[in-house]
Design a binder for this molecule. Structure first.
Ligand code: NAD
Length: 353
């Protein structure tokens, strides 16, 4: 097949891991006989430096004309002045809104060979295979904001249809897995959460009676994720809770650098990115873990291009590379010699061939 893939390397380690994902996608194209046209565009701090806009119109235009978008990461100390007129993260929120991607899928898979990289005991990690479905275009991140010298406010708003569509995405995914859905809210305190719970309960009873539904308050969910992570199948939650819980869940996998994400809307065009940020502390050293970005490329193949076999091939290649002992610094145990981003990418691509 032919596909146009827009790459948004962004800032910090973003360009390194995006280059890795591009190489893997090219290796997939070569092996399976596809033609992927890659187009790189500016985004985030790099775009602010180039033209004063974290999401230039040309970037939006290319993304809207593409089959899929792969993003590295944006942000960093250079652009984090709270009084700055524009910030890299505005580009991220703007891009999600422009692409209409409201469902953020964050699968958390544990590689047996990496059990030692997690701060949790191996027996707690046994059998962990969960998927967090985070609402991405509503809630407090998108509500009206106010600020004066001594006070500030962020408005959290959810419409019923926004809850219904994300819960449907999560329930459909659960029906292809272990048919368990856990909805996370803060219904004992927040009005938006009470609407979330009422809507979820009714929709699940009406449309997905065969799926087992559990409801947890977000504070309890944070605890259960660490104490009994293998009990979870699909977790669905609102924007900010999902943001926080998935960083926590990344510790199950051992490193932020391992986890991918897919952001989907009503069309096939999706936005794919590792869950990590621009990691300024290791930027420019060539040591970032590319697994999250490469696994995001696998999700791109699956969800936007419909190439399931190719997606599975990439995921197996990551697993095989790790099983063979390839480790970047963030997942290397004491006594293991860490390898560079480029070498890790080569190790993964070797298993594709
Ligand atoms: P971060 O995810 O960038 O880094 C957290 C820690 O994880 C750091 O110690 C980092 O070195 C490590 N890490 C992250 N990715 C790694 C990888 N691939 N390989 C090895 N180690 C990795 O989070 P942060 O430090 O809180 O944020 C840094 C910047 O990134 C901030 O400007 C923030 O706003 C931005 N950010 C961007 C995104 C995004 O683009 N989607 C997401 C989160 C944070």
């Amino acid at each position: 097949m032919e596909a146009v893939i827009v790459l948004l390397p962004g800032d910090g380690i973003g360009p390194d891991v995006t280059a890795s994902a591009r190489q893997t996608l090219q290796a997939v194209a070569d092996k399976f006989g596809h033609r992927f046209a890659f187009k790189e565009e500016l985004m985030g701090g790099a775009a602010i430096d180039a033209c004063g806009d974290p999401l230039p119109p040309a970037t939006i235009e290319s993304c809207m004309a593409s089959d899929a978008v792969l993003l590295g990461a944006v942000g960093g100390p250079k652009w984090s002045d709270p009084n700055a007129a524009v910030r890299p993260e505005q580009g991220l929120l703007g891009l999600r809104a422009a692409l209409g991607v409201y469902a953020n899928l964050r699968p958390v898979k544990i590689y047996d060979a990496l059990a030692g990289a997690s701060p949790l005991r191996a027996e707690i990690l046994d059998g962990v295979d969960l998927l967090v479905v985070r609402e991405l275009t509503g809630g407090i991140y998108f509500g009206a904001k106010t600020r004066d010298a001594d006070s500030a406010s962020d408005l959290c708003v959810y419409q019923r249809y926004e809850i219904e569509r994300i819960v449907r995405v999560a329930a459909k995914l659960a029906s292809t897995r272990r048919s368990k859905l856990c909805s996370v809210d803060k219904a004992n305190i927040l009005e938006t959460s009470r609407l979330w719970r009422e809507t979820t309960d009714r929709l699940m009873a009406d449309e997905f009676p065969d799926i087992e539904v559990e409801t947890l308050l977000v504070d309890a969910a944070a605890m259960h994720l660490m104490s009994r992570p293998s009990d979870f199948d699909v977790i669905v939650t609102e924007n900010m809770f999902g943001d926080i819980l998935t960083d926590e869940a990344s510790m199950l996998a051992g490193s932020m650098g391992m986890l991918p994400s897919a952001s989907l809307g009503d069309s096939a065009r999706g936005l794919y990115e590792p869950i990590h940020g621009s990691a300024p502390d290791i930027a420019g050293r060539g040591i970032a873990n590319p697994c999250g970005a490469i696994a995001s490329a696998a999700l791109l193949l699956r969800h936007s291009l419909g190439l399931e076999d190719e997606a599975c091939a990439v995921e197996s290649a990551i697993e095989d590379a790790i099983a063979s002992g390839a480790r970047t610094a963030d997942i290397a145990a004491a006594g293991e010699t860490p390898i560079s981003t480029a070498d890790m990418t080569d190790a993964i691509n070797r298993y594709l061939n």
